[in-house]
Design a protein around this ligand. Sequence first.
Ligand code: NDP
Length: 333
Amino acid sequence: ARIIVLASRPEGAPTADNFRLEERELPALGDGELLVRNVAMSVDPYMRGRMNDVKSYVPPFQIDEPLDGGAVGEVVESQADGFAAVDLVLHGLGWRDLAVVPAKGARKVEREIDGVEISPSTYLGVLGMPGITAYGGLLRTAEFKPGDAVFVSGAAGAVGSLVGQIAKLEGASRVIGSAGSPEKVERAKESGFDAAFNYKDGDVRRQLKDAAPDGIDVYFDNVGGDHLEAAISAMNLGGRIALCGAIAQYNSTEPPAAPRNLALMIGMRLTMRGFIQADFRDLVPEFQQKMARWIGSGEVTWDETVVEGLENAPQAFMDLLTGGNTGKMVVTV
Ligand code: NDP
């Protein structure tokens, strides 16, 4: 089989030298396996991360070993129940023309749905991983609800283009996209985005403000960096951000300004949510009852740093800001 291996790890943007096409002997077909001739294979941004030797939610590619990733192919020979020659399957052994695929890692896909012909590559895009990423990321992670104004970066890409369209179909009040060329911006508008801008035309924060004068409720982040920063500034009260990707950083050799590990949130499925204590007014009665009990029983203890005299209040305040207190700083008058 013809197969592409990782020749070396890129520093910064990948180059042709990082890849090598090889002719490799395929192992004999075993029980529960399929010989598959690939028809289409996916290349995805996450693969850039797998080219680095770092721990992540997917293991890194190994030097001199084949790359892998989503692919659709035709079964040539099957030694697995439920699969037969000519079946079309979606599986994880892309970057090669022929593959021996374990049947448990393969899913049969249709060539036609409701009389409409479906091209194999569709299962790598709109009906596949990018599709579910857009759908789930918007509706579940970002908790989209009808009436929300949505901003999505990478708006002409596989995921972003779908996020915008799904948002419109699900009742968004306004959908704004950003992309990296005038053609992409036009394409996004054509597909139903209410507004779109080219982030290379200038300050993202200003362009977003112009495109979303009433702010945004949801930001679907494919890019990170200045896009995320601009989106945070444009968020309305109670807005939600789904961190999907941070492609602006994938090739960079320098970490961004702190927090430099923001992208960890993606793999670790973390949630970061803002609040103001006044939101908890309804909790006050319950809180006061419990805390009174806890301090009464000694289960909760507390410290105070007491400064005497109104005239010492300014100093107390200044000391507070430099750590002159333990526990609550108060001034007796
Ligand atoms: P795309 O089809 O969107 O292709 C990548 C695009 O990124 C390029 O076309 C380019 O478009 C844009 N881009 C590249 N560099 C920059 C930059 N510095 N600033 C802004 N845009 C840039 O890829 P996908 O739709 O497959 O993936 C989109 C994002 O979603 C990625 O971050 C990816 O990692 C993430 N993802 C996350 C998943 C998850 O489970 N969390 C699953 C799938 C994808 P342009 O010309 O507009 O710059």
